[in-house]
Design a binder for this molecule. Structure first.
Ligand code: UTP
Length: 303
């Protein structure tokens, strides 16, 4: 039997403690991660992606007003009872069939939204000394093979820390974490690149590249020690990017150009575009939706 070189990725953190201010008033009493794309909440897609990547433990770092997320991953006895009595088999299946075994879903509270890095650190005792994944539910990836699964397969080969990355227009660097590519390791356009630095939200003229980090990470547990001492960075928040940047030199940090299209559902246009893109993937919706969209574009004068 061949021995695996790297510790298996068994745990994922879903940081869901943010305020989602870009979606107010929708997020006044509802978590952003519960916004639906077609008929599933964003966090449900994140869960499915982690599951497809072989993850066994799902850790949610939540805040106030996030009770709907915990309810979504629990049984809903009254609803199930009604569906069952009415013999609504399909509806019952999509409501319950995917709920993981009790004990595999863990919730912890961030208390204050001090930044993504702080949210990840809040899960330190649940992670222990294992490498782990992080998925940001508001970065939704449409792909044939689940984005995190692609990354886990890459990790099995190279180990270290892996960040999901994509090429973006130079004018957008201010919105994302950007990779400073180590050109001694590979060409800058290779599928796997090595980082020699990371910069959170640099102005276009200061950005070391146009390779942006998306909300998919495989990280070594040492990042938790760095996060414990991490000071607030860009936007006054404790940044995960800064902590990962500190790891460079102590352990490898790679950028992985996954196959797929990322929709930034943390912003309005990305969210609406994701709804259209995911709906068009659905055989039961596609035809009718195209007809309706043609009408919408006509009426809005879009050529
Ligand atoms: P964002 O900055 O996109 O989310 O953080 P936000 O703060 O909720 O949104 P806006 O900017 O106010 O509209 C990316 C991810 O990190 C989580 C968010 O929930 C989101 O999934 N996050 C962010 C936390 O869990 N805690 C934080 O303190 C900040």
């Amino acid at each position: 039997m061949t021995k695996k070189k790297h510790k298996k990725i068994r745990k994922v953190i879903f940081p869901v403690g943010g305020l989602g201010t870009r979606f107010l008033p929708a997020t006044k009493s509802m978590p952003k991660e519960m916004l639906p794309v077609v008929d599933k909440p964003l966090i449900h897609y994140a869960f499915e992606e982690a599951h497809a990547a072989g993850i066994e433990e799902f850790i949610f770092v939540t805040g106030r007003n996030k009770g709907a997320i915990a309810d979504h991953f629990d049984y809903s006895y009254e609803l199930q009872d009604i569906l069952s009595n009415k013999n609504k088999k399909r509806e019952l299946k999509v409501t319950t069939e995917w709920i993981p075994e009790a004990g595999n879903i863990i919730f912890t509270r961030q208390r204050q939204p001090l930044g993504l890095g702080h949210a990840v650190w809040c899960a330190r005792n649940l992670i222990g000394d294992e490498p782990f994944a992080v998925i940001l539910a508001d970065d939704l990836v449409l792909s044939k093979k689940a984005c995190l699964k692609q990354m886990v397969e890459q990790y099995e080969d190279c180990g270290g820390n892996i960040l999901g990355v994509m090429d973006i227009p130079k004018s957008d660097t201010e919105k994302y974490g950007i990779v400073d590519i180590d050109s001694k390791f590979s060409n800058s356009d290779a599928k796997l690149v090595k980082a020699r630095g990371l910069v959170e939200k640099p102005a276009p003229e200061k950005a070391p590249s146009t390779l942006s980090i998306i909300g998919r990470y495989i990280l070594q547990p040492e990042v938790m020690d760095i996060l414990a001492k991490q000071k607030a960075g860009a936007g006054g928040e404790i940044q995960l990017t800064d902590a990962i940047a500190t790891m460079i030199g102590r352990s490898d940090v790679f950028g992985y150009r996954y196959d797929g299209v990322r929709y930034d559902c943390g912003g309005l246009t990305g969210f609406v575009a994701a709804n259209v893109a995911f709906a068009l993937e659905r055989e039961d919706v596609r035809g009718r939706l195209i007809n309706q969209l043609v009408g919408v574009f006509d009426r809005a004068g879009v050529k």
